[in-house]
Write a protein that binds this ligand. Structure first.
Ligand code: HEM
Length: 500
């Protein structure tokens, strides 16, 4: 009897090998990361597909819908949830207990998305391990109060220009305050951290401000994008983001060179006193010592420009917009500032008296501050008896949800500065409000940010009254936002001003 054996095709062999290899790989991964797989199985989260995990959720994401998409996701899985983004395991959390446990542990690594925020070389914001520790140790002393206070005259100088320049908008039927405020925060950062006067405000030169904001928005969009890096390289978007950052890179390169020349001249004349050192000098000491390269210093300066100027500009602009929406709160702030100013001016050494103004800034940060941050877990973290987060997990911390958790906030969706009255602050448990994060990777610029914002807000409110045609929403969480580091109002920062 003839047995008819069909011929074996080469394609059948290849398919069998491929499927076999994939199965072996899947079993190997499960065996190697058993702890992670059982942790993932113990918590709620969306279904995962092979290779892409739950990333399909990110399809069609753009800077204008990231916030609403992520909000819907967090609402569906409140507290803690897990998901795979491609083959990376993620824990999404807004739990204070989880955040406290992770941020106070030795886990200081940022997760892989931060690679997109690096410039020519890794800077402190995106660096990990020894590279981060070296940079952080170098710059920490530059953020001490006595070092920052040397630049008080600069802050005053730029705020005065800002307040005077607003004058031209008094008869306008509304204007967007973001660019003027960003020009001011850029001039301040440049003067205080790099020792150079940019005069963006006087020249009304928005090139730097527009390119940095656009770069930040595109980078955030890419961070949450479904598409892999090569898609950006092929589509030309990668080049577009590089061009935006190069505009600033070249300018900063020039200013760093100038500072190097100035230091040399001062050293020759032995005039470079310990007391006149600013941020850039702490970096340049390490260039001289061979610890840092010039490229690293330029990347570090670029990072300070982005991290320091955009965040403070958005917060200030929001304060003005929110006070325009809530005239009663604006009036109370004005009365406080008027009572505490000296000769019609706000003084930096009197800022501690402006308690209500500070409450307003904090309430603003609660609503519109950085909504998400991420960490990579390098050592297991025990949260409580029930939960240990295994090493190898990526953590996506939802600060926005934490800052609206009804357990800690009487009126989560309202603009209610009383949340930050001294009594309420005292009663709130540790870690419920962390707009600058906490632990070793806390924002080093937090003191500088609060001082400079308080001065700018108070000096402006003393001269102008803000109003708007917009009506406040019942719940501030219902507003539409773009993501530019922080929440940026989709409707812009349109306000009207009149003289006090
Ligand atoms: C309203 C103003 C600001 C807010 C809300 C803010 C918030 C934050 C947050 C939440 C982080 C942690 C990010 C993360 O862990 O992923 C951070 C890091 C950082 N911030 Fe700020 N920041 C502000 C202003 C500033 C200023 C004025 C500077 C510099 C002058 C600055 C420099 C940095 C740097 C260099 C890091 C990275 C630190 C590290 O990874 O070790 N920030 N900021």
């Amino acid at each position: 009897m003839d047995i008819n054996i069909p011929p074996i095709k080469i394609s059948h062999i290849l398919w069998t090998c491929l499927i076999g290899a994939l199965l072996i790989r899947a079993f190997y991964r499960r065996w190697k990361h058993q702890k992670i797989y059982s942790f993932m199985a113990s918590l709620p989260g969306p279904v995962s597909l092979p290779f892409i995990g739950a990333s399909f959720f990110l399809l069609g994401i753009s800077s204008t819908n990231i916030c609403s998409k992520l909000k819907r996701f967090v609402k569906k899985y409140p507290g803690v949830a897990v998901f795979w983004e491609r083959e990376e395991p993620h824990l999404l959390t807004s739990s204070r207990e989880v955040c406290n446990a992770v941020l106070s542990s030795g886990n200081v690594e940022k997760f892989y998305h931060y690679r997109l925020f690096q410039f020519a070389t890794k800077s402190m914001f995106s660096a990990n391990g020894t590279e981060w520790r070296t940079l952080r140790n170098i710059v920490n002393p530059a953020f001490r109060t006595h070092v920052l206070m040397q630049s008080d005259d600069n802050l005053d100088h730029h705020v005065k220009i800002f307040v005077n320049q607003l004058q031209r908008h008094v008869s306008d039927d509304g204007f967007d305050i973001f660019v003027p405020v960003h020009l001011c925060t850029l001039d301040m950062i440049c003067d205080n951290m790099l020792g150079a006067r940019l005069c963006n405000q006087e020249n009304r030169s928005a090139l730097m401000c527009n390119s940095l904001t656009e770069w930040a928005e595109m980078t955030f969009e890419r961070t949450f994008s479904f598409w892999p890096d090569f898609y950006y390289a092929l589509s030309g978007q990668g080049n577009a983001t590089n061009k935006l950052i190069n505009i600033n890179h070249n300018l900063i390169y020039e200013m760093v060179e100038q500072r190097i020349r100035k230091r040399k001249a001062l050293l020759k004349e032995s005039q470079h006193s310990e007391n006149s050192r600013i941020y850039i000098d702490f970096l340049l000491d390490n260039l001289d010592a061979g610890v840092l390269t010039k490229d690293q210093i330029i990347s570090e300066m670029l990072e300070i420009f982005v991290a320091g100027s955009i965040t403070t500009a958005i917060t200030n602009a929001w304060v003005f917009k929110l006070l325009a929406l809530y005239p009663d709160i604006q009036e109370r702030a004005y009365q406080e500032i008027k009572e505490n100013c000296v000769d019609g001016e706000v003084r930096l050494n009197e800022l501690s008296k402006l308690i209500y103004t500070e409450m307003i800034i904090k309430e603003t940060l609660r609503h519109v501050g950085i909504p998400f941050t991420g960490r990579y877990i390098t050592e297991d973290v025990q949260v409580d008896e029930k939960m240990t987060i295994p090493a190898g997990m990526n953590l996506l911390i939802c600060l926005h949800e934490l800052h609206h958790d009804p357990k800690y906030w009487q009126r989560p969706g309202k603009f209610y500065p009383e949340h930050f009255s001294p009594a309420n602050e005292k009663a709130r448990p540790k870690g419920a409000f962390i707009p600058f994060m906490s632990g070793p990777r806390v924002c080093p610029g937090n003191k500088y940010a609060m001082r400079s914002m308080k001065l700018l807000v108070a000096s402006t409110l003393l001269r102008y009254k803000f109003s708007t045609d917009e009506k406040p929403t019942d719940d501030l969480r219902d507003m539409d936002h773009r993501l530019v580091f922080m929440l940026f109002p989709a409707s812009g920062f349109n306000v009207k001003i009149q003289h006090r």
